[in-house]
Ligand binder design. Structure first.
Ligand SMILES: [Zn+2]
Ligand SMILES: [Zn+2]
Length: 129
């Protein structure tokens, strides 16, 4: 069953009225100010929240603040950082040394097995699947 109730991608609260969008995702009234003050950029997409949490901690150890946003399409969790932290965040993620997939177009990290980059929609090369 499709539920057309919109929920805040940061806290999960049901959004009354028109949803506000940050980086293409709905946010509630309470989160609008924080979300609008900065330019957020998705640096990773994960199907499991545990993996997203782990990445968030790695970034924190390197002094980079991030937000985990629930995404409904595709379903999963996006790791958002401020745009100016992007190169550093990508270095940190790349240095983790695990078998992880990066988009060749936008360099976002995502779980293995995706056919298309969940962040920018680029087709994932065969060898990286
Ligand atoms: Zn919220
Ligand atoms: Zn991409």
């Amino acid at each position: 069953m499709m539920d057309d109730t919109e929920r805040c991608s940061l806290c999960g609260a049901v959004i009354e009225g028109k949803a506000l969008s940050v980086a293409g995702m709905p946010v509630c009234e309470k989160h609008r100010d924080e979300a609008e003050k900065r330019i957020w950029s998705a640096v990773g997409y994960y199907r499991r929240d545990a993996l997203a949490e782990q990445r968030k901690k790695e970034l924190e150890l390197n002094g980079i603040g991030s937000l985990i946003a629930r995404s409904s399409e595709p379903p999963g969790f996006r790791l958002l950082i401020e745009e100016h932290d992007r190169s550093l965040a990508q270095e940190v993620l790349s240095a983790l040394g695990e078998r992880i997939a990066f988009c060749t177009e936008c360099r976002s990290e995502f779980d293995e097995g995706e056919l298309f980059c969940p962040s920018c929609g680029a087709k994932v090369p065969e060898r990286d699947r």
